[in-house]
Design a binder for this molecule. Structure first.
Ligand code: ADP
Length: 426
């Protein structure tokens, strides 16, 4: 029904009843009684209205606590509508609180930093990632100017110039951050920070790898091209020189071949398309093969021995042969003639262990942490002399990663080295 009618119809009815009652009194007891009854009934009516009004006023003062009365007449409709309004308000407030809690949780978990600033760059709010990235503490720094909190000249320039279309790459607190300001709501700005340390590091590694690999390939290629030029410009070269040149060219060609093979092995080991296919591995048989190869490489110049007393494991025999082979060949290559190389396979306290120890040139402590980096060499010329590609220990590292094994290195310059591979306990 029309709300106006629901209000006026009952009011008119009540007034009509009141007048009928007063009229009846007039008719039965005369005009004085009729008027008195009419006045009394009007006063009662006024009292009821005022009492509801006072209850409404009390409820408006504290509409959360006081319960709304049921009301009478038109008040029933007023109170029920107010009640509905309050319920809707409570519901939307609960929804808002829930949404805010969800938003806070999402912001808390977000790996990227988000900080909200006002138009004059005073910090209003930020999430924990922004605190971490920019070295802020919301509680302490709220209300402070962001350029006073992040005092990096590049950051200040970026904010002062206001060229926010492009993000800024910032080196801050040993991390590489990508920072961007996004204006919103006319008077506010969001500062977004992304930690790009890892991707920058990977990009640098990729660039270094390409530069190193090109350099490594260029050297033997230069030698080969040099000899080919001599051969073509000197048709009457004596056969001894020709033989010597051919020998050197073959050596350089083989070096390039080894390098490319090692690079392909590394890229295969890193590729997600080439997962480990675990199989039971007879480690004793693998070590026997590695021992034979090491003896062949030594050519009788070293005493190469092995003790095999460990269990079989699950993994890739081919990859383990390559990793163990690299360690054994390093031991032979970096041990002067007359030295000893020993391979051992045993059950250690932390799991099965493969050890290669030698009495070679040893490695200074400063180099040990970096040995498994690609193309890292303690002594470049010695590595080349011993036909090293600089990728052997990087291959070892990747094979071990795929087998959840660890590598530990102990060494003393002039005394020898010990490389220990520990596999997880079964
Ligand atoms: P390379 O092909 O040059 O031998 P690796 O990755 O196998 O490359 O080894 C990295 C470097 O670690 C070597 O250049 C060498 O300086 C050092 N190295 C590795 N094994 C030994 C060892 N057994 N004794 C001394 N130095 C070693």
């Amino acid at each position: 029904m029309n709300p106006k009618l629901t209000f006026w119809v009952p009011a008119a009815l009540r007034l009509a009843i009141l007048m009928v009652v007063a009229g009846l009194c007039w008719w039965i007891s005369g005009p004085v009684a009729g008027l008195s009854v009419a006045v009394l009934l009007l006063i009662a009516q006024l009292y009821i209205q005022l009492s509801y009004l006072s209850q409404l006023s009390a409820w408006l003062d504290d509409f959360n606590s006081a319960k709304l009365p049921d009301g009478w007449g038109a008040w029933t409709d007023v109170f029920s509508r107010l009640y509905r309004l309050r319920r809707d308000d409570e519901r939307s407030q609960a929804e808002l609180t829930e949404w805010l809690a969800r938003f806070r949780q999402a912001m808390h978990l977000l790996p990227d930093g988000v900080a909200i600033m006002d138009d004059v760059l005073f910090l209003e709010w930020c999430n924990p990632a922004a605190e971490r990235h920019l070295g802020l503490t919301l509680e302490r720094d709220k209300g402070m100017r962001v350029t006073n909190l992040v005092r990096h000249p590049d950051f200040i320039d970026y904010i002062v110039l206001g060229r926010y279309e492009q993000p800024l790459t910032l080196s801050l607190r040993d991390r590489k951050l990508i920072v961007q300001v996004i204006p919103f709501e006319n008077r506010r700005q969001i500062l977004v920070t992304h930690d790009a340390t890892e991707s920058v590091r990977i990009e640098e590694m990729r660039r270094d790898f390409i530069a190193n690999a090109s350099h490594e390939l260029r050297t033997p290629l230069t030698v080969i091209v040099g000899f080919l030029e001599i051969a073509s410009s000197t048709p009457d070269l004596d056969s001894a020189s020709r033989q010597a040149h051919l020998k050197l060219m073959t050596e350089q060609g083989r070096r390039m071949q080894r390098l490319i093979e090692d690079m392909l092995t590394l890229s295969r080991l890193e590729s997600v398309d080439y997962p480990l296919r675990p199989e039971p591995v007879d480690v004793g048989a693998v070590i026997e093969e590695v021992l034979e190869e090491a003896r062949a490489l030594s050519g009788g110049r070293h005493e190469v021995t092995a003790t095999i007393d460990g269990p079989d494991i699950v993994g890739s025999a081919e990859e383990l042969r390559s990793a163990f082979g690299n360690l054994a060949s390093n031991a032979v290559r970096y041990t002067p003639e007359g030295g000893k190389v020993h391979l051992a396979w045993k059950q250690g306290a932390d799991g099965p262990q493969f050890t290669v120890s030698d009495t070679g040139i040893g490695i200074d402590q400063v180099h040990i942490a970096r040995l498994t980096e690609r193309f890292y060499r303690v002594d470049k010329s010695r590595s080349r002399e011993t036909q090293g590609t600089g990728l052997g220990l990087a291959i070892v590292k990747h094979v071990l990663l795929r087998h959840h094994a660890t590598l530990s290195i102990t060494s003393k310059p002039g005394e020898g080295s010990c490389f220990t591979v520990t596999f997880p306990k079964r």
